[in-house]
Structure formats: structure tokens, C-alpha cells
Ligand binder design. Structure first.
Ligand SMILES: Cc1cc2nc3c(=O)[nH]c(=O)nc-3n(C[C@H](O)[C@H](O)[C@H](O)COP(=O)(O)O)c2cc1C
Length: 388
């Protein structure tokens, strides 16, 4: 085992993985992932919301063996966790998307590729990682959306994820303050502060020159990554509406998921439009600052949907016990985004595998201490209520 794998194995929590990523990455790159919109209120509340739920431990008659497996949209997974879509994962580690997808497959969970991946969706599919999901947007040029959907179908993706909360792009002020650009260019103070970041710079020396938005190669601006990053917000259509959902549903024959739902009525309407699952999400606090924390929005959506489709959740999942709390409140599974980027920065595929192992170990322990041996037994009974 190499030095870096040994270092990774000494990381025992997601907070420690984040700290490792902070040490490794240049500040503008670390902040690009870590930051949120405006005052970062929603970013913070996504994590804080979990602290308002206490688990009631019932350690008698428990077992250390827990069955964490679930079936989601017709596929079996080893635990209720999915790697969520993140644009430019390849900025954090060479070949980032494929490393993360391989880690997900090795750990028996689904991986969702972002529209803005560095590799193309076909290149990712060639890894044969599964289950694999593809995330798309609605563009002003609807034929471009159709093209992405058709490519995902041809490349054998297992599910399509339409993200609806990014049509107007949020103001991420850390990026503005840092002068973050795509591709990154480092200012003199950044460069002076980079003595500790040389291993990352050395590792990424070739990659930084080749970073691209792989799935956008048809656009003239894609010849230059900088040009592409600049025009991306203008490609997205703020007038996204339910007819778009209808059109995509008609085109895509597999499981169809909408990401970015916070209102119970939107979840119910999605059902009416033939959507197979929703992701309760505020884009990790990167879009509408002051938006409700995803965990706080979850119970209302669970109630309105009333078991008619799986409800997924992302935002602020940093511990295995957070998966248990979300599950107790009615989520079928959760997605993580930033933690896998921290894993990538810390150690590529090995780093992401370690991230997933941390969630698995913590969830197993939390379930054991709560006296449940399978996820089927998890209910709101696990959560402390004043009347207990
Ligand atoms: C660097 C970064 C890039 C992201 N890119 C995308 C994207 O391309 N598509 C998308 O639907 N969500 C994207 N997201 C949002 C995540 O999928 C997710 O909703 C959010 O980060 C919440 O999870 P977290 O708290 O575990 O990070 C991105 C998030 C980050 C941090």
C-alpha cells in the first residue's frame, strides 16, 4: 500500500477529509466547492437542520450486523447513498469523474454524472460503472437538451436527473472575492500562498491545460473552456416549465428524477407528470440563499407524496447518522456532493472510497446503537419527541 493510501486510511470523518482537501487544494479551488450563495445561510442551515433531531438509542437486543441495502428505481444498492452531480470534478483530481464513478461502483452505490463533467458522458459510460445516472438541464435551445437525453439513453444510463434549480445561476461570493475563473488562474498572492499546494499543482499540471466541459463539444464556445464557462448561464432557460418536464418524460423511457424540489405541491405535480422520484435539494445552498434547508422541507414532501414515489435528499449529509435521520423522516436515500470532491482531492478513487466507507461505518454503528438491523425497520420512532 502506497504512502497516500495509508494517509487516506487515517482519515476517519468527513470533517477530517474536508480539512485534508483544504490543505491540498489552492484556496480558490477549495472555495469553489466549499462555498455557497451570498451570505451562505442555506449552506449552513443544511447542516444545522440535522442537529435539531435527536436519535433515541435502544441498545438492548441489538446486533452489530446491519443490512444497509436498498432497492432504488429497480436497482439494488449496498447503502442508501448516491454520489450526486458536481460540475468539473476533474478539477479536484485528474480524471475525477471516472475515479468517483469507479469508487461508487466498488462500494455498490449509484453515481450521477453532472452535465458539466470534464469527461464526456460516453467516456464515463465506458467505465461500465453502474448504476449510473445522468444529470441534464433545460437549455434555451431545446434541441441541445434533447441531444443530451438521447446521448444518455444511447450510452446506457440507468436514470436521468433533471436539475431545475439552476436556471438562474446563484451569486457565489467566495468565487467573486477569490477572482476564481474557469480554468483557474492564480493571482500573485495566491501563488505566494501556494507553497503547500505544489503536490496538487504538479499532479494537475497536464490536466489543468486540458480541462473542458466534455458534454458541450458541439458548442462553438467549447473550443475555449473560459468561453464556455462565460456563456453557460446564457444557455440555460429561466423559462423552464412543466411542458419541459412533459417533453423529457416523453423522450426518456427509463427512471426520471427531478432534482431541486422544495415544495410539496411541486413534488405531487411531478408525480402527475410521470416523474419517478424527486430529490429534495437547494443545490447545497449555492443557488437561492435563504432557501429552506432540505431536511426541513423533507417531512412536508414525504406527507404529500404519501409513498407514491421514492424521495431522495441532499444537502449537508456529513455523517452516517444524517442518513439515518433522513431515512427516519421518510427519505429513501441521500446524495452527497462536496464530500466526494474532498475525497477526490485527498486521494482520487481511494479518497472517494474512504468517504463512502466512513458513511457506511457510521451508519452501521448508528443503526446498531438505535437497535435496528435493517433500513426497513427505520421509522420516525427513532427520533426523540418531547412526549416520549
Ligand atoms: C462544486 C459543485 C458543483 C456542483 N455541480 C452541480 C451540477 O453540475 N449539477 C447539479 O445538479 N448540482 C450540482 N451541484 C449541487 C450538488 O449536486 C448538491 O445538490 C449539493 O452540493 C448538496 O450536497 P452537499 O451538501 O453534499 O454538497 C454542485 C455542487 C458543488 C459543490
Amino acid at each position: 500500500m502506497g504512502q497516500s493510501a495509508r494517509t487516506i486510511q487515517k482519515i476517519h470523518s468527513i470533517a477530517q477529509m474536508r480539512e485534508r482537501a483544504r490543505q491540498i487544494l489552492p484556496k480558490p479551488v477549495f472555495d469553489f466547492a466549499d462555498g455557497g450563495a451570498e451570505d451562505e445561510l442555506t449552506l449552513k442551515d443544511n447542516e444545522d437542520a440535522f442537529q435539531q433531531h435527536s436519535l433515541v438509542s435502544r441498545p438492548i437486543n441489538t446486533s452489530a450486523e446491519c443490512d444497509l441495502s436498498i432497492e432504488l428505481l429497480g436497482k439494488k444498492m449496498s447503502m442508501p447513498l448516491v454520489i450526486g452531480p458536481t460540475g468539473l470534478s476533474g478539477l479536484f483530481h485528474a480524471d475525477g469523474e471516472r475515479c468517483a464513478a469507479r469508487a461508487a461502483t466498488r462500494e455498490g452505490i449509484a453515481f450521477c454524472l453532472s452535465h458539466g463533467s470534464v469527461c464526456t458522458l460516453e467516456e464515463l459510460a465506458a467505465t461500465e460503472s453502474a448504476p449510473r445516472w445522468m444529470q441534464v438541464f433545460v437549455y434555451r435551445d431545446r434541441s441541445f437538451t434533447e441531444e443530451h437525453v438521447a446521448r444518455a439513453a444511447a450510452a446506457g444510463y440507468d436514470a436521468l436527473v433533471l436539475t431545475v434549480d439552476n436556471q438562474l445561476v446563484g451569486q457565489r461570493e467566495r468565487d467573486l472575492r477569490n477572482g476564481f475563473t474557469i480554468p483557474p488562474r492564480f493571482s500573485i498572492p495566491d501563488t505566494l500562498a501556494m507553497a503547500g499546494k505544489l503536490p496538487w499543482l504538479w499532479r494537475m499540471r497536464k490536466e489543468l491545460a486540458n480541462i473542458r466541459f466534455g458534454n458541450y463539444e458541439r458548442h462553438e464556445a467549447s473550443a475555449s473552456l473560459q468561453g464556455m464557462a462565460a456563456i453557460m448561464p446564457t444557455l440555460l432557460d429561466p423559462h423552464l416549465n412543466w411542458n419541459d418536464i412533459k417533453a423529457i418524460r416523453k423522450q426518456w423511457h427509463g427512471p426520471f428524477i427531478i432534482k431541486g424540489i422544495l415544495h410539496p405541491e411541486d413534488a405531487v405535480k411531478a408525480l402527475d407528470y410521470g416523474v419517478d422520484a424527486v430529490i429534495v435539494s437547494n443545490h447545497g445552498g449555492r443557488q437561492l440563499d435563504g432557501a429552506v434547508a432540505s431536511l426541513r422541507a423533507l417531512p412536508g414532501i414525504v406527507k404529500a407524496v404519501d409513498g407514491r414515489m421514492p424521495i431522495l435528499l441532499d444537502g449537508g449529509i456529513r455523517r452516517g447518522r444524517h442518513l439515518l435521520i433522513a431515512r427516519a423522516l421518510g427519505a429513501t436515500a441521500c446524495l452527497i456532493a462536496r464530500p466526494q470532491l474532498w475525497g477526490l482531492a485527498a486521494g482520487g478513487q481511494t479518497g472517494v472510497e474512504q468517504v463512502l466507507k466512513i458513511y457506511r461505518t457510521e451508519l452501521t454503528r448508528a443503526m446498531g446503537l438505535c437497535g435496528v438491523n435493517s433500513l426497513a425497520e427505520v421509522s420516525s420512532e427513532l427520533l426523540f419527541k418531547d412526549s416520549v
